[in-house]
Design a protein around this ligand. Sequence first.
Ligand SMILES: [Zn+2]
Ligand SMILES: [Zn+2]
Length: 622
Amino acid sequence: FPTLWCPECQTSIAQAELEDKEFPSNFLTVKFESEGKELPVATTRPELIPACVAVFVNPKDERFKHLKGERARVPLFGFEVPVFKDESADIERGTGIMMVCSYGDKFDVDAINRYKLKPNIIFNYDGTLNIGKYKGMKIKEARKKILEELKEKGLVLEQKQISHIVNVHDKCGTEIEFLPTEQWFIKILDKKKELLSQGKKVKWYPKHMYKRYENWVKGLVWDWNISRDRHFGIPIPVWSCKKCNEIILADEKELPIDPIQTEKFCKKCGQKAEPEIKVLDTWATSSLTPQIASSLIKNKIKIPYSLRPQAHDIIRTWAFYTIVKSYFHEKKLPWGDVMISGFVTLKGEKMSKSKGITIDPKKIIEEYGADALRFWAAGSKLGEDLDYSEKDLIAGKRFLTKMWNASRFVFMNLKGFSGRKPKKLEKIDELFLKELNRVIITTTHRFEVYEYSRAKFNAEGFFWRDFTDNYLEIVKKRIYNEKGDKKLSAQYTLYQSLLTILKLIAPIMPFITEELYQNYFRKTEKVKSIHVSGWPKRDIKMHEKWVETDIEFSANRWHLLINLISRIRSVKTENKKPMNAEIILTLEKKEHEKLKDVLQDLKDVTNAKEIKTGKFKVEFKK
Ligand SMILES: [Zn+2]
Ligand SMILES: [Zn+2]
């Protein structure tokens, strides 16, 4: 039976290992003959003419109405082949006459099977020819040679340069052939419907990646070839009797077993059986990762697992085959969710060792740290490629430094803090904790749907803009100057918010967050690592209540406050005044009203001696 064959690697391969590649080629019309009349046949592969076993024309094609069960003479080689009227012949393509060869493509394979024609195999497994004077010639040499000979004899009616898509082996880029070999297959073509429905039950992130799975399953034309003609690989635990063709399978208890090292005898005739020397394709075993993982932990976790993270180029292999295996073994899904990521690219090109398009991650880690590298990598939108960017590593490193310094500042000011919540929180602290709760809700949601770049964006933005630029500045004076509950309220809020920020960022920057956790929070939280500590709790009720009562005109009061602070800072900068310059502030009446319970904090952070109402204005004291 013909299988997909790579003459370079000299192994059979599966449909999933095919890649499309565009090649320039000669589109020829060559002269076949039938009863003295010319039959123009189009082909791009003249070297297959000696392997021609039939000629097809469409019964609806007016041009060939006169042909009735006749035979055609093959040019150059002179033998005759039958002419069939077959619906599958494409009227639009070429001359409308197709030559059927053993084997040019899947069409030939099907046509030869359908008419039970005797194939004439002219290629060896190493991609050379095995006939007449062409013996030992490579396929491409023979193509050139036969074209020359056809031309010499005036058998080429037309020659055009075209560019067309051919199937190549994804590992070596060689054009694949179809050669009859004996292989092991898993029958999947009759299960397309079931496999489509299994794929649909999986939750795909991003959603549109299911389409790729669906297109792949719908386009399958081969069963899954799982055996390879290679020296190394996982053995196939099978023996066969050469005398009576009996297949002997290993007993389940014997597994794992190498058939080459174990003798088996035929149960029917008693003769010594031959071990299978082919090996399993990589995907045949990697498609069992959920089952293998389960067995390693003594089935403590059974399939379906919750998540498969992987890239989009192996949906048709790793994801698809894993679904196939779980369907056949357990009639279950292997996992509930699939998270599909893109590639890391360099100036838009996929990184590749063989093409020399790489960046050495070790060097990056030495220079910027592993957290900065992860910070950059977490910036990719799910399912999309991410270009390498040094700028993002620098931003990552700056973020690390800032996180370190801000945490040191907080720890210093938490001296003597018992962890106790004060009887009454200051209004500004309450407001900030509400905003923190909002960020926990949105960031957690982003993580839940695997949008880690959005999660990172939320947590990072909150750290810079809300926490360090504003909240720390707002509470500084209170922490330095106040005692009792006023100070305690600030300490409590600092403790909660910094711990939360570290936890939200821990999945993306595991090292610095753990270090800071160990330096301070370990003692009080009493959990041995931030990575096994509880995820920040989101209080959805509190948030809903806040939305109802506090937020008007789509801006919340916290945002209103920090926007004002930033406007006042800009005015100071424009007037070349230091940030601690004393001012008299005038606020719009509406804003004044909205912020009435935190005006003292606004005064503290902007060094305003007085806040009046009227048109927004910043005046400097002389
Ligand atoms: Zn190959
Ligand atoms: Zn036997």
